[in-house]
Design a protein around this ligand. Structure first.
Ligand code: S3P
Length: 251
């Protein structure tokens, strides 16, 4: 069994090299569905259909992870204003690339055992930023992860330095209009509480714009796009970024 799996992983890397050489799409979910159908077709004992399918899904996930590790050997860091879709896109990318997702706000809530809203209310923004700073410092040491950041991490230069150390930073942009529509009923963002208006969002966006732009390696406009499309665009731009880095290193 071990030898067979080792062989399979070698083949996965060979296929990857072939796809790269011929400019073929690397991550292809329809192809995985076709493989699963083939597996179902080969089954001799239908009693084990569920187990074999689960096993195959797992193997394909591992193969995808191996490919993404080789192609994108860094953390993928998502930044952007509140409501720009970092957590949602983080989940999509995590599925597409089979890479673990770490969400800074979720980790902070777990660590302090309080919601972000309660942390702001009981201890103030200064305390939250300190906890956030420590969290980013730790996450900056991670490897091969997707890190979805709270909207304010860009306000501290040290956060960006730590995140860039082992990661590429993707900025998700959305208009004030889109953000307002997404968040108007939301009660979990303390910085928008009592100011849930388009003009307040516009002014916060303006204040922060330079921080976001300066931190970003890649900028993605999200208005009018669906989540799958955004995930694919991120992967495409990351692969292009890597090949331009390759060319520069070789040249
Ligand atoms: C903040 C964004 C929030 C959260 C906190 C502060 C900000 O995260 O970290 O409320 O300063 O922009 P999301 O961007 O995930 O909403």
């Amino acid at each position: 069994m071990v030898e067979t799996f080792e062989e399979r992983m070698k083949v996965v890397l060979k296929i990857l090299a072939y796809k790269k050489k011929h400019g073929l799409p690397i991550f292809h979910d329809q192809r995985e569905e076709q493989v699963l159908q083939k597996v179902a077709h080969h089954l001799q004992n239908k009693d084990f259909a569920d187990e074999i399918q689960t096993l195959y899904r797992e193997i394909m996930g591992i193969s995808r992870k191996l490919q993404s590790k080789h192609l994108l050997p860094f953390n993928i860091v998502l930044i952007g204003f509140m409501g720009s879709g970092k957590s949602t896109i983080g989940r999509i990318l995590s599925q597409q690339l089979a890479i673990e997702l770490l969400d800074t706000d979720q980790l902070i809530e777990k660590k302090i055992n309080m919601t972000i809203k309660d942390i702001f209310e009981k201890h103030g923004e200064g305390y939250f930023r300190q906890v956030e700073r420590n969290m980013i410092k730790a996450l900056g040491q991670e490897e091969h992860k997707i890190i979805a950041c709270g909207g304010g991490v860009v306000l501290n230069k040290e956060n960006i330095r730590d995140l860039k150390n082992k990661g590429k930073i993707i900025l998700l942009e959305a208009s004030a209009e889109t953000i307002y529509h997404r968040l108007q009923e939301d009660t979990t963002r303390p910085l928008l509480e009592g100011h849930m208006t388009k003009s307040h969002i516009t002014s916060m966006l303006q204040d922060r714009n330079l921080y976001y732009q300066e931190a970003a390696d890649i900028v993605i406009h999200t208005d009018g796009k669906d989540t799958k499309e955004i995930g694919e665009e991120i992967i495409f731009k990351l692969l292009s970024l890597c090949s331009s880095l390759d060319i520069r290193e070789r040249g």
